[in-house]
Write a protein that binds this ligand. Structure first.
Ligand SMILES: [Mg+2]
Length: 350
C-alpha cells in the first residue's frame, strides 16, 4: 500500500493554475505591444475591480482532478475506463454551464460526446490537453507509465493530433519533476527523450533549455513569437517550459514574464502556474493573489479541498463536487464581464 501523498504539491498545482489563469485572463488575445499599452502594470488582477476570476484552463484542471478521484481504486490504482467515463461526463456538464470561452476543438469534441460518439476527439493541436495534464503529472510523479496512459486518455477525449499528446506529456513531466523539486533542464531533456518521439518538438525544447539565460520575451522573439504566443500547443508549451527553466521556483516572476509575451496569456500562465505551483506549494504563491480571487462556487477553499481529496490513497471515493446551478449563474455574470473587456479593447490606447 502506497503511503499517503502530501497534498502540498497537488494544492499548489491547482491553485497555481487558478491564479495564473486569473492574472492572464484580462489580456488574453492581445499582442505584446498592445498589452503593454493597456496594462502597463500587471502586478495585480485587472479583471473586475482588482479581483481575479478563473476560466476554462482552471476548470479543466479541476474536472481532471475530480475524474482522477472518481477513477481511483484501492492501493492508488486507477481504473482507466472510469477515468474516461468521469472526465467525459464532467466535460459534457461543463459545457451545459455555459463557459464563456472554450477552444473550438474542445467545443466540437464535447458536442460529439453529447451525440453519443465513442471517439469524441477531433484532429487538433490546441491547448485543452495541456490544461489537464499538470495535475496528472503531479499525482503520478512516481509512475511514468501510468502518467503516460492517463495523459493519453485525457488528451484523446478532445484532441487526436499526436502533437496535442506530445505537448500534454511534456507539461505533465515538467509538473511531475517540479513537484519533486527537480528542475535541472538537462535532467528534464533526458527524461523527455524516453517519453515522446517527435524530433522537431524535442529540438525546440532543447533550444528552450539552452536559452534559459535569455529573457522569456527575447526567447519568444527568437522563436518567431515576438508579438504573441499562439494557442498552438507546441508554441504554448515551448514558452511555458522556457519560463519554467528560467524561474523554476519564483512563481510571481515567472507568471509575469510569461504573460508579458502576449497572446494566449491565461492558458500559458495557467499551465505554467500549475507546474511552478507544484514546486512551491500554496505558501509560494503570493497570498494576496489567492485572497483576491472572486470566485464561487469553485472558491480557493474548494480547490484546496479538491487537492486534499486527491492526496488520499484510500479509494474508491467520491470527489468533492460544486453546485452546477451555482456555476451556471456565476457564468452568466462572468460572460457579462468578458463582454465588457471585449468592448473595452475597441478603444485606445492602440
Ligand atoms: Mg482560458
Amino acid at each position: 500500500m502506497e503511503e499517503k501523498k502530501s497534498p502540498d504539491a497537488l494544492i499548489g498545482c491547482l491553485l497555481g493554475s487558478a491564479v495564473g489563469d486569473a492574472l492572464g485572463l484580462p489580456m488574453e488575445g492581445l499582442s505584446r505591444q498592445r498589452q503593454l499599452k493597456i496594462f502597463p502594470d500587471i502586478d495585480s488582477y485587472h479583471f473586475f475591480f482588482g479581483k481575479g476570476m478563473i476560466s476554462d484552463d482552471t476548470e479543466h484542471a479541476c474536472i481532471t482532478a475530480q475524474a482522477l478521484i472518481a477513477a481511483r481504486q484501492r492501493d492508488a490504482l486507477f481504473d482507466e475506463r472510469a477515468f474516461t467515463a468521469s472526465l467525459s461526463k464532467r466535460l459534457r456538464l461543463w459545457l451545459l454551464m455555459l463557459p464563456a470561452a472554450t477552444g473550438y476543438a474542445t467545443l466540437r469534441a464535447i458536442l460529439k460526446l453529447w451525440l453519443g460518439f465513442k471517439r469524441s476527439g477531433v484532429y487538433s493541436a490546441g491547448n485543452g490537453p495541456a490544461m489537464r495534464s499538470p495535475i496528472i503529472g503531479v499525482l503520478l510523479c512516481d509512475d511514468p507509465d501510468k502518467m503516460k496512459s492517463l495523459v493519453y486518455l485525457s488528451t484523446i477525449v478532445t484532441h487526436t493530433d499526436p502533437k496535442a499528446y506530445d505537448g500534454a506529456l511534456a507539461v505533465a513531466l515538467a509538473a511531475a519533476m517540479a513537484s519533486k523539486h527537480i528542475d535541472d533542464p538537462r535532467e528534464y531533456l533526458s527524461r523527455l527523450d524516453g517519453l515522446i518521439d517527435n524530433h522537431d518538438f524535442k529540438k525546440m525544447i532543447k533550444t528552450a533549455a539552452e536559452s534559459a539565460g535569455q529573457s522569456t520575451e527575447d526567447f519568444a522573439a527568437a522563436m518567431g513569437l515576438g508579438s504573441a504566443v499562439s494557442g498552438y500547443i507546441y508554441h504554448t508549451v515551448l514558452m511555458v517550459l522556457h519560463t519554467w527553466f528560467r524561474h523554476p521556483a519564483d512563481y510571481k516572476t515567472a507568471i509575469t514574464a510569461a504573460i508579458r509575451c502576449g497572446g494566449d496569456t491565461d492558458t500559458v500562465a495557467a499551465i505554467l502556474g500549475g507546474i511552478i505551483g507544484a514546486r512551491v506549494g500554496k505558501a509560494g504563491i503570493p497570498d494576496e493573489y489567492i485572497q483576491s480571487l472572486y470566485e464561487w462556487p469553485v472558491t480557493p477553499g474548494w480547490i484546496e479541498r479538491l487537492g486534499i481529496a486527491l492526496s488520499e490513497t484510500a479509494g474508491p471515493s467520491s470527489p468533492p463536487e460544486f453546485s452546477y446551478i451555482g456555476k451556471f449563474i456565476r457564468n452568466i455574470a462572468f460572460i457579462a464581464i468578458v463582454l465588457f473587456h471585449g468592448f473595452r479593447r475597441l478603444f485606445p490606447p492602440y
